[in-house]
Design a binder for this molecule. Structure first.
Ligand SMILES: Nc1ncnc2c1ncn2[C@@H]1O[C@H](COP(=O)(O)OP(=O)(O)OP(=O)(O)O)[C@@H](O)[C@H]1O
Ligand SMILES: Nc1nc2c(ncn2[C@H]2C[C@H](O)[C@@H](COP(=O)(O)OP(=O)(O)O)O2)c(=O)[nH]1
Length: 480
């Protein structure tokens, strides 16, 4: 059966609702929580889980070698995200916990805290209301694969893992300058991060374990373990070089931990490419259709096909083409609606360009139930568009398209017979560009989550930006 004739199945509102409210992710997290905790009363457990509404709170591991800046970055992230900082130190220096007191006695004998005790301390801390409702950042744990597996099976699962890296020589040198403020545990550095207040400067202490030989020993321990830990976090890991200013490390880490991971939700792309003539909509649409098997719907092309097919609606459009007039919106939306609701578009998704060009057309698209789930605006400077379009030529003999700057004809013979499309003259291109920019701001306001792409780059670079916009989930609306 021709893919465009089978009966429609899924009303468009369903996937749109599911994506807008992140239903798939919500159910996925619920299922994960149920399987990990295996509550005796699953219904009650789910109700409490949903009431907590804390799926999006930070749950972050910061890993890295000694002196890589884990504590520095973890502290800054906690302040910015209002999450709880959990370190081995603040787990055991907790006078209110019997477990911690027991761990402190072991620590003071300079013995390693057993993994089971560390896990109990973690579970005890993470069960606190502030960790549940505001999230947590775990600094420097796990240190071994055994700890990673133990933490995982206990149900503690991070949503983001940041791994800091830097050359050992840098870390050894850096650690020598480390200083701690004993009043609050803040980390400073004699060269890279010296406090401005004299009273803070005066109370800073040299921490234990920062000598060269101690750092070398800890580095060897770290390198032996880290390669066995990272496979536990295949899709939620980001490695950041910390051999750069703290503030740069911080912003890279913050960007990552605030990003959402690629959703596993079933997703039918309904993509709209907007941009002035010559911004690359047709080219990008063709690349998307080719790579993802979605249907390339060019409004202008569709209208021409209607006229060429001598269909009833084609006969309605023909006079407007002949008089070089704008085809009425009502006719265009009828043609588009018929095409975008065919089974191939429903099944595989589509990429639309050339419509809408103004607010009225966008409103018609919405009323027809044809709203896209990704909207891209390709921004290309005026001069680049002029250069792209006015130097375009076509060989009337072969139909081959050339560009006098980017793709010149191979021979003088072809050069002499090349033709320029009448619509590619500078004055006509300028009219089209002005028309786009007269309407673009209203269009941008009409659509939610518009993604802006710099179209003035290599086509494949532009394509990668568009791809990432399609794959990554749209930002969740921050509740006011
Ligand atoms: N990107 C950076 N550039 C320069 N100095 C840094 C940077 N990040 C941290 N530091 C400094 O390096 C020292 C170690 O930082 P920090 O204690 O945060 O590292 P860490 O990974 O937690 O170390 P450890 O695992 O030994 O506790 C501190 O003096 C800190 O100010
Ligand atoms: N350098 C560069 N040139 C591009 C890019 N996309 C398209 N072009 C060129 C190819 C065409 O000659 C011209 C217009 O492209 P188009 O895809 O037809 O633009 P549009 O009118 O459909 O928006 O610009 C692009 O991304 N980079």
């Amino acid at each position: 059966m021709d893919a465009t004739t089978a009966p429609h199945r899924i009303p468009v509102e369903m996937p749109r609702y599911g994506e807008h409210h992140h239903i798939f992710e919500m159910m996925q997290i619920m299922l994960q929580e149920l399987l990990i905790h295996q509550p005796k009363e699953p219904i009650q457990f789910m109700l409490e889980h949903l009431e907590r509404d804390n799926d999006m709170v930070p749950r972050i591991f910061i890993l890295g070698p000694p002196a890589s800046g884990k504590t520095t970055i973890a502290m800054w992230l906690c302040k910015h995200l209002n999450a709880s900082l959990i370190t081995a130190e603040n787990l055991i220096w907790n006078k209110l916990s019997g477990l911690a007191i027991k761990a402190l006695q072991i620590y003071e004998k300079e013995e390693a805290i057993p993994d089971f005790l560390l896990l109990k301390l973690l579970l005890e801390r993470m069960s606190k209301e502030e960790c549940i409702s505001k999230g947590w950042i775990l600094d420097g744990i796990p240190e071994t694969r055994e700890q990673a597996l133990m933490i995982q099976t206990s149900g503690i699962s991070p949503r983001h893992v940041v791994v800091l890296t830097a050359p050992d020589t840098v870390l050894i040198e850096r650690n020598l300058g480390k200083r701690i403020d004993p009043s609050n545990g803040e980390v400073y550095h004699t060269t890279f991060d010296w406090p401005s207040e004299p009273e803070v400067q005066n109370r800073l202490k040299v921490p234990l374990g920062i000598s060269e030989e101690e750092t070398v020993k800890r580095l060897m321990e770290y390198h032996r373990n880290i390669t066995r830990i990272l496979p536990s976090y295949p899709k939620i890991l980001k490695i950041i070089s910390s051999d750069q200013p703290c503030v740069d490390v911080f912003y890279q880490a913050l960007t990552y931990v605030q990003s959402q991971h690629r959703s596993n939700a079933p997703f039918t792309p309904k993509i709209l490419l907007c941009g002035p003539t010559g911004s690359g909509k047709s080219l990008q649409a063709a690349l998307l259709a080719q790579k993802y098997g979605i249907i390339n719907v060019c409004c202008g092309q569709l209208l021409k096909e209607c006229v060429a097919s001598n269909s009833r609606i084609g006969e309605l459009i023909q006079p407007y083409f002949q008089k070089k007039m704008q085809v009425p919106d009502q006719i265009i939306i009828k043609v588009l609606s018929s095409r975008l609701k065919k089974q191939d578009c429903i099944c595989y998704g589509w990429v639309l360009h050339g419509f809408p060009q103004d607010l009225d057309q966008a409103t018609l698209l919405n009323s027809a139930g044809l709203m896209p789930n990704r909207v891209f605006f390709l921004n290309v400077p005026y001069d680049s568009v002029i250069e792209r379009l006015t130097l375009r030529r076509t060989d009337p003999t072969t139909g081959e398209r050339y560009h006098l700057m980017y793709k010149p004809p191979p021979t003088m013979e072809i050069q002499e017979r090349l033709m320029q499309h009448p619509g590619d003259t500078e004055e006509k291109v300028k009219v089209k560009i002005d028309f786009f920019y007269r309407n673009s701001s209203l269009l941008e306001d009409f659509f939610d989550n518009v993604i802006y792409v710099n179209g003035d780059q290599d086509p494949y670079t532009v394509f990668e930006y568009i791809e990432s916009g399609i794959i990554m989930p749209l930002p969740t609306k921050v509740s006011q």
